[in-house]
Design a binder for this molecule. Structure first.
Ligand code: AMP
Length: 127
C-alpha cells in the first residue's frame, strides 16, 4: 500500500461521481485497501457476504471508454485482486470479478469499478 489521501487536482465539482467524492474524502466509505491511484471500498448494498468495489481515483466512466493510458491502473487493480481476496478471506474459496458497462449490464455509477464478490457460490452463466 502506498500514499493514501485525496486525489490532487480539481476544485469541488457537484457533478463528481460518488466514487470521486469518496476518493476525495468528501463522503465516507468503508475503505479496505488503497493505492496511490485506486481505492477498494465495501459496497453499500452488498450482493454477497464479501462485496467490495475497486475503482481508479481518476474517473474513467466505463470500461469500454478506457484508453491506452489507463492500462496501468487497470492492470494494477487486477493484479491487486489476489491480495485483496486474501485479506478478505476469499482467496481459497474463490471470488468473482465483475465490471458492468452500460444499461444491459446494470451499470449505475458512471465511474469504472470492479466488483469483487465472494463467500458464496455464483451461478454461471450469470443471471
Ligand atoms: P454498478 O451497478 O456496477 O454501477 O455498481 C455500482 C455499485 O456501487 C452498486 O453495487 C452500489 O451498491 C454501489 N454503491 C453506490 N453508492 C455507494 C456508496 N456510497 N458506497 C459504497 N458503494 C456504493
Amino acid at each position: 500500500m502506498s500514499t493514501p489521501g485525496p486525489v490532487p487536482g480539481a476544485k469541488h465539482n457537484p457533478a463528481m461521481t460518488i466514487f470521486e467524492k469518496i476518493a476525495r474524502r468528501e463522503i465516507p466509505a468503508d475503505i479496505v485497501y488503497e493505492e496511490e491511484d485506486f481505492l477498494v471500498i465495501r459496497d453499500i448494498n452488498p450482493q454477497a457476504p464479501v462485496h467490495v468495489l475497486m475503482f481508479p481515483k481518476k474517473v474513467i466512466p466505463r470500461v469500454g471508454e478506457a484508453e491506452a493510458a489507463d492500462a496501468g491502473v487497470l492492470g494494477r487493480m487486477l493484479a491487486a485482486s489476489g491480495a485483496i481476496a486474501r485479506k478478505l478471506g476469499v482467496y481459497e474459496s474463490g471470488y468473482r470479478l465483475v465490471i458492468n458497462h452500460g444499461p444491459d449490464a446494470g451499470e449505475t455509477v458512471p465511474h469504472l469499478h470492479i466488483h469483487l464478490l465472494g463467500k458464496r457460490s455464483f451461478a454461471w452463466p450469470p443471471g
